[in-house]
Write a protein of this length. Structure first.
Length: 103
């Protein structure tokens, strides 16, 4: 394990959790504000942030395949988990269970 791996994994895990939170905020707060309160700007703002975080997470998972190394299968699972509400939190536990990331 190189010196950059622990900090890279911390950033990867933070990005994953932040992307997961943005999904929940988008579905649980911004979309109801748009459709129930007539505030489409909420989805515009949160959706843009969520999209940025999602793309960043996918790129970081791709880099992690070489840097950590993270298996292609586990990186793919992380990408799929990112599109499911609560998926990034499950993925973080999977990383810990497989010994890839330590708390």
């Amino acid at each position: 394990m190189s010196d950059s791996e622990p900090s890279f994994l911390r950033v990867l895990r933070w990005t994953s959790k932040t992307e997961g939170i943005s999904t929940l905020v988008l579905f649980g707060i911004a979309m109801p504000l748009k459709y129930l309160a007539g505030m489409p700007l909420a989805v515009t703002i949160v959706g843009t942030l969520h999209g940025f975080l999602f793309v960043g997470l996918v790129l970081m998972l791709a880099v992690a395949v070489r840097q950590v190394p993270l298996s292609l299968g586990l990186a793919f699972v992380g990408m799929v988990a990112a599109v499911i509400p609560f998926g990034p939190f499950w993925f973080d536990r999977k990383l810990q269970a497989q010994g890839v990331a330590k708390s």
